[in-house]
Design a protein around this ligand. Structure first.
Ligand SMILES: Nc1ncnc2c1ncn2[C@@H]1O[C@H](COP(=O)(O)OP(=O)(O)OP(=O)(O)O)[C@@H](O)[C@H]1O
Ligand SMILES: [Mg+2]
Length: 267
């Protein structure tokens, strides 16, 4: 199953991806995280890798090389992409957790990020996961990825909502856009500091026809971990994610998370 994680800038997309990845590993699933955010570059740290993977964009000769190919039907050479088929500099992997990055904007005046959107779309469309494998895609902030068709190859959209008006307003647009491309959408509330706020957000989202499948409290540990560039320890936030993963995968029986832990850690 492939899930995209989207939402407003700073709402907690990368945090939620890291929490979901850790929880899925605990349940014995093999996990691929796809970094589809062309601006931020710190996701590898949240996942506990010492360095990021070489972006897939480099495999294709960088942005210039890809631009030339964009008009052609087949951007990537392979018909199907399997997890085991991604060569090592482009995939960093440890204990059943893998990370690939689409590409990063590194220079001023480099041009728009459209080629990266096209690469994200094609990569996710061609990515074939086996039973017991799951992918989480850390999206760029906002909704442009919908316009670029990045969601075409994914199975469901997880929207991260923080307690802010902007975040709620964006939720409505994301719901429309996801429905427009026929993808199921769920929301997870993040940075929630009280029962009252949780209830209010749930009520508003329900009114917009968006189901809330989990709540992650505001957690100092999460904030400190990101500040120090290290993985999030188990704590309040990690507890909140367990239900989210269960609900996400519950609808897709072939990949339902297993309950086993310890023995399934290594590959
Ligand atoms: N539940 C939480 N409790 C406390 N702080 C949080 C929580 N979730 C996220 N944060 C903090 O909020 C900030 C933004 O989080 P994060 O980087 O995950 O958001 P993002 O949506 O990926 O941002 P961007 O749009 O820049 O990619 C970080 O400093 C992070 O540590
Ligand atoms: Mg992020």
């Amino acid at each position: 199953m492939k899930f995209s994680v989207c939402g407003k800038g700073g709402s907690g997309k990368s945090t939620v991806v890291a929490l979901l990845a850790a929880e899925a590993r605990r349940r014995g699933l093999r996990v691929l995280v796809v970094d589809s955010d062309e601006s931020n570059s710190g996701l590898f740290r949240l996942l506990g890798f010492p360095h990021p993977p070489v972006p897939l964009m480099e495999m294709l000769g960088g942005k210039k090389g890809l631009k030339k190919r964009m008009g052609k039907k087949d951007i990537l050479a392979e018909e199907e992409i399997r997890l085991d088929g991604i060569p090592s500099p482009y995939l960093v992997e440890k204990d059943g957790l893998g990370l690939v990055a689409i590409g990063k904007i590194l220079q001023a005046l480099e041009g728009c990020a459209c080629p990266m959107g096209a690469l994200s779309r094609e990569f996710l469309k061609k990515l074939r996961l086996r039973k017991g494998e799951v992918a989480f895609v850390d999206m760029e902030a906002g909704v442009e990825h919908f316009g670029r068709g990045v969601e075409e190859g994914i199975d469901g959209v997880l929207l991260v909502v923080e307690p802010s008006l902007e975040s709620m307003t964006l939720a409505e647009r994301v719901k429309e856009l996801a429905s427009g491309v026929g993808k199921p959408i769920w929301a997870v509330l993040n940075k929630v500091s009280s029962q009252k706020i949780e209830e209010r957000l749930k009520e508003i989202l329900q009114g917009k026809g968006i189901e809330v499948i989990g709540v992650i409290p505001h957690d100092e540990e999460v904030f400190e971990a990101s500040l120090e560039g290290r993985p999030i320890e188990r704590g309040k936030a990690a507890e909140g994610i367990s239900r989210v993963l269960e609900r996400l995968m519950g609808g897709f029986s072939d990949a339902a998370p297993r309950r086993a832990v310890g023995a399934a850690r290594g590959r």
